[in-house]
Write a protein that binds this ligand. Structure first.
Ligand code: HEC
Length: 188
């Protein structure tokens, strides 16, 4: 049986997980996804009330704090990742995540709607079953103010961003692209 991949062995041993993938995914989404519109709405309000530079804490502190709250509530590993990070320390994808992000870009290019791009899979990590879930985060109008083409960004904002993120790769996006993803690792 040595030729079998560990994940294959795991699925053979635990067929019920395979049958439960849809139910586990639905439950994971219901728990985690409400964070996304909360951040988008907070961003829209903050930009309107405080201007762009004043809205930086929404992406820098508020979004991570909301995600941390969910992590503590569930015990799952929840993060934001991107192929072009602003904060590489927090948001660098692992191999599985990088592969899904690349695949999201391909699926979008093939005409799939970005709002519904997601991936769910049961994998084996250190011999234990884990549900991995990822949901694409699309670039909407408000995102362009801080993630749009560098030459379109507000000058004051640009200097704040450059000072805080000297290795920023998260500009140059256009509306409807994929900024990154929300990613979940849920031990089963
Ligand atoms: C006011 C400026 C601003 C706006 C508007 C903004 N962001 Fe961000 N974004 C940031 C900053 C600053 C960071 C780095 C956060 C950190 O230090 O973890 C960031 C990081 C991120 C990350 C984490 C990955 C990375 O590159 O570090 C994602 C995902 C993200 N933003 C998505 C969005 C989306 C989607 C929108 C629109 C709904 C948006 N942002 C709007 C400033 C902004």
């Amino acid at each position: 049986m040595k030729f079998l991949l560990p994940a294959t062995l795991l699925m053979a041993a635990l067929p019920s997980f395979a049958q439960d993938l849809a139910a586990l995914t639905a439950e994971t989404k219901k728990t985690v996804l409400p964070v996304v519109p909360k951040v988008v709405n907070a961003m829209q309000d903050a930009v309107a009330d405080k201007g762009v530079a004043g809205a930086i804490p929404v992406c820098k502190e508020q979004a991570p704090a909301l995600i941390k709250e969910k992590r503590q509530e569930t015990g799952w590993d929840i993060r934001r990742v991107s192929l072009r990070t602003r904060n590489a320390e927090r948001a660098t994808p692992d191999l599985w995540e990088a592969r899904q992000l690349a695949d999201f870009n391909i699926r979008a290019a093939q005409g799939e709607k970005i709002d519904s791009l997601e991936k769910s899979e049961i994998v084996s990590i250190d011999g234990k079953p884990v549900l991995r879930y990822m949901k694409a985060l699309p670039v909407g109008d408000v995102c362009l103010k801080c993630h749009g083409p560098a030459e379109t960004l507000d000058a004051g904002l640009k200097s704040v961003l450059t000072a805080a993120y000297p290795h920023d790769q998260a500009t140059g996006y256009t509306k409807g692209q994929i900024r990154g993803a929300l990613t979940v690792k849920r031990p089963l």
